[in-house]
Design a protein around this ligand. Structure first.
Ligand SMILES: NC(=O)c1ccc[n+]([C@@H]2O[C@H](COP(=O)([O-])OP(=O)(O)OC[C@H]3O[C@@H](n4cnc5c(N)ncnc54)[C@H](O)[C@@H]3O)[C@@H](O)[C@H]2O)c1
Ligand SMILES: [Zn+2]
Length: 345
């Protein structure tokens, strides 16, 4: 289960936790950016890390790769890392996914701690126990569900996060608000993604942590977290073939489209639709898609691995705070919803 601390690292009990775990050796996994921007805050806030081994990978999705994992197994072995030693994952979702997998499989599993440094990592990737790597173009094809000893979330790391990455994480925060309820949603949309405070961050993180606690293995309600992801993943796939799009941006557009289908089906009232639309479109302008790109997107939607027997299943909403899972939607409904949003602009 997730064990979350949200606040300043220096006020956290990470130092005491490390003393309690009492490892002989500690390794800190970073990428080139978190090495540069985040490592000193961690080292200055927590005692006992002076002799830690620093493992560094290249920044970006390409590090979620089995060859990198093999390289890291080798580094830990060379370092004499044992079953009771400690791995700290310091970075965005790439590092917590990669480090979570490394920590879950090296010597059949060692203790690891997550210290997410991107907004997306804080509100999403570092929570929920899912970790893993990609297999070529197949995202998250190999992995485990296994939880860190604890996750420490310090908003101070967000100061150095680039604006596009901040907006990417903010979209997942908005998603948590939409699936949880109006009051949280309104607090999120009124907040500035660069100044998000610990209290709000904790409320946002708890949405995912609570859902995962009730349904860790995604038999039911964990699917609520996929709101915006059916269309969003397909859009990510199409954009990957061109100039690219951050995950959160694609999910923001996915939420718009899935909300519009909800409106068109009479599930969502006009007032909530306008509230969602105004807040999302303002930060995440609708990308232009050619006819060919839209056709390709629909192909990807039909082939989404979450579908059963050729039908597309997605989350829809009956209002803010009322998300429903496993709704069958046709490719044409997705196309029409996207076109309606574009035509209404
Ligand atoms: N396990 C899950 O449940 C889950 C959920 C959502 C996403 N994910 C995964 O998370 C990954 C995306 O996460 P992400 O958006 O955090 O990507 P990321 O880890 O690549 O981080 C984005 C960029 O920001 C940089 N960065 C991170 N923190 C920084 C900081 N404080 N200052 C300056 N730069 C910083 C990184 O080096 C990187 O260049 C994907 O691989 C996705 O599959 C996993
Ligand atoms: Zn997501």
């Amino acid at each position: 289960m997730d064990n979350l601390f949200v606040g300043t690292l220096i006020e956290s009990d990470l130092t005491r936790l490390i003393q309690k775990l009492n490892p002989n050796k500690i390794a800190i996994l970073t990428d080139e950016n978190t090495y540069e921007h985040c490592l000193s805050l961690l080292m200055n806030s927590v005692a006992g890390l002076e002799s830690a081994e620093i493992l560094q990978v290249e920044a970006g999705e390409s590090s979620k790769d089995l060859e990198i994992v093999a390289h890291l197994y080798g580094a830990l072995t060379e370092y004499g890392f044992g079953r009771y030693d400690l791995l700290i994952n310091l970075g965005g979702g790439v590092i917590t996914d990669l480090g979570g997998f490394l920590g879950s499989t090296y010597k059949r599993g060692i203790q690891f701690i997550n210290v997410p440094t991107s907004l997306l990592g804080m509100v999403d990737a570092a929570i929920g126990g899912k970790n893993g790597v990609n297999l070529g173009v197949y995202k998250n094809q190999v992995g485990t569900i296994n939880f860190p000893v604890q996750t420490f979330i310090d908003p101070a790391f967000l100061q150095t996060l680039p604006e596009t990455e901040r907006l990417s994480g903010y979209a997942e925060a908005i998603k948590h608000g939409i699936i949880h309820g109006r009051s949280l949603f309104e607090k999120i949309i009124k907040s500035d993604p660069s100044q998000i405070d610990a209290t709000l961050l904790e409320a946002v993180c708890s949405v995912k942590a609570d859902i995962v606690k009730a349904d860790t293995f995604e038999k039911g309600d964990r699917k609520l977290l996929n709101f915006g992801h059916t269309f969003g993943h397909a859009l990510e796939g199409v954009m990957m073939e061109g100039k690219g799009i951050t995950h959160g941006y694609a999910i923001a557009i996915g939420m718009l489209v899935e909300s519009r289908i909800s409106l068109d089906r009479g599930l969502l009232n006009n007032e909530d639709w306008e509230l969602i639309k105004q807040n999302l479109i303002f930060k995440y302008p609708i990308p232009h898609l050619s006819e060919q790109e839209m056709d390709r997107l629909l192909d990807l939607l039909q082939n989404d691995k979450k579908n059963h027997s050729g039908t597309i299943r997605t989350c829809l909403i009956e209002g803010i705070g009322r998300c429903i899972i496993d709704q069958e939607v046709s490719g044409e409904e997705f196309r029409n919803a996207f076109n309606s949003i574009t035509n209404d602009l």
